[in-house]
Design a protein. Structure first.
Length: 432
């Protein structure tokens, strides 16, 4: 256009007189349309610049009530899942730090301050047991939490895909109104210039192109909407499963804390018997010892014919063996497999705290400590973690390293009972 010379009043025209007015009208129309297209281009750029993705975000008014509910459920599950993953990791780290800190106290000589050595060692074992339990529980829950996170990430991709498709449809829908207005303006201007037939040709083409793009975007948005809703409903259907996982995480932490508390309490010095009050309502029952409180539940014994008369009489004196083992009864068990087997099952079930079907080092150590306590073995003569670990390696198998299955535990328990009785006999001989 810069190379053309337009005729104006008082200036000669470079175009032939009979065609000058027609060319002037055509060029004025062309320049006007070019300016409008530039304005439209700037408007489109502004619309695309309003959001980071280049499209308008989906508004709540564009969604149904069910879609809003499903999205709220999705956001709740996402937040809780991430919190559970972080919580489980933090709990494990907390027990690990506590165990390390307690070991440093032991290495620094805290027992020399006058604390009871058994209590300090029991707390150390409690820290280790709580840490091991927290790790086992966290490992058991890691897979379902990771699977849920993958499912939520896939759902988010589908929801984002719908949001983008819907925003593109809205863009073409909004643009349609602008193009139709331009078409009407072009018709009006063409009517004033007496060339209405050709004035709005390009505007009509722009309307048709945008209409086709809008229709295509509407189809894509509809398909994306169906896919997003399907993913959201799948996530919402797992609401109860997430609640169960959250409860497991909570109670697992409570169980680990209880394990720590129980272990430290078991190693505390025996409490003094309460002084019975005088007068009416005086206490007549004796105070329970920690040994009686820790006695494991055991099945009702049936004295076999193979038992000696003395052993049978002792069994008859014990109508319920839910109390502590005695040396005589322990010896009788070693010669009575039909009594030993249910007793082993009872001990195994009691000390398999996480119900995983095996006893780890700390669970097996708790069994040995119970036997030592019941048969009144002095703390100084009791086996340590290293010795119990050697026994586990001896009786355990390759399937569960450093653990004992229910069948392997029978031989382990029998040997532990024999060793405890032998320790007791040696201590009595030395005392004599």
């Amino acid at each position: 256009p810069s190379r053309l010379v337009f005729a104006s009043p008082g200036c000669p025209s470079s175009l032939p007189p009979r065609t000058g007015w027609l060319h002037r009208l055509a060029m004025d129309s062309l320049i006007g349309k070019f300016g409008k297209h530039m304005d439209n281009f700037r408007t489109t750029r502004k619309l695309l610049h309003k959001s980071g993705s280049g499209l308008q975000p989906v508004e709540v008014s564009d969604l149904s009530e069910e879609e809003v509910r499903l999205r709220n459920e999705f956001e709740w599950q996402t937040g809780l899942t991430e919190a559970l993953a972080s919580y489980s990791k933090s709990v494990v780290e907390a027990f690990q730090m506590l165990e390390v800190a307690h070991r440093r106290l032991l290495d620094a000589g805290i027992i020399d301050t006058g604390l009871d050595a058994d209590s300090v060692q029991a707390l150390a074992r409690g820290c280790a047991q709580a840490r091991r339990l927290a790790v086992d529980k966290a490992n058991a829950l890691r897979e379902p939490i990771d699977q849920r996170r993958v499912r939520l990430a896939k759902c988010r991709e589908n929801v984002k895909g719908f949001d983008i498709a819907w925003a593109e449809f809205k863009h073409y829908d909004d643009k349609m109104a602008v193009l139709k207005q331009e078409y009407q303006d072009a018709l009006k201007q063409g009517g004033q210039g007496k060339c209405e037939k050709f004035a709005a040709f390009s505007e009509a083409q722009a309307v048709d192109r945008n209409k086709a793009k809008k229709r295509e975007a509407e189809i894509v948005a509809s398909e994306a909407r169906a896919q997003a809703e399907k993913s959201l409903r799948s996530v919402a259907a797992a609401h109860d499963m997430l609640c169960n996982t959250a409860q497991d995480v909570f109670f697992n932490t409570a169980e680990a804390v209880q394990r720590l508390s129980s272990a430290s309490a078991a190693g505390a010095p025996p409490a003094k018997a309460l002084e019975a009050p005088k007068g009416e309502g005086a206490l007549t029952s004796q105070a329970l010892t920690s040994k009686e409180l820790r006695a494991p539940p055991m099945p009702q014994p049936i004295a076999p014919a193979a038992l000696s008369k003395a052993a049978a009489e002792e069994v008859e004196e014990q109508p319920s063996i839910e109390r502590s083992l005695t040396p005589g009864y322990a010896k009788s068990l070693l010669s009575a497999p039909n009594l030993m087997s249910p007793l082993c099952q009872s001990y195994f079930k009691k000390y398999d705290s996480n119900s995983d079907g095996v006893l780890d080092l700390y669970e097996a150590l708790a069994v040995v400590e119970d036997l030592q306590e019941c048969l009144e073995i002095p703390p100084a003569d009791r086996p340590n973690e290293q010795q119990v670990g050697i026994l586990i390696a001896r009786y355990g198998g390759q399937e569960h390293p450093n653990c004992l299955s229910a069948e392997q535990f029978k031989e382990f328990f029998k040997f532990a009972l024999q060793a405890t009785l032998a320790t007791r006999s040696n201590a009595a001989a030395v005392a004599a």
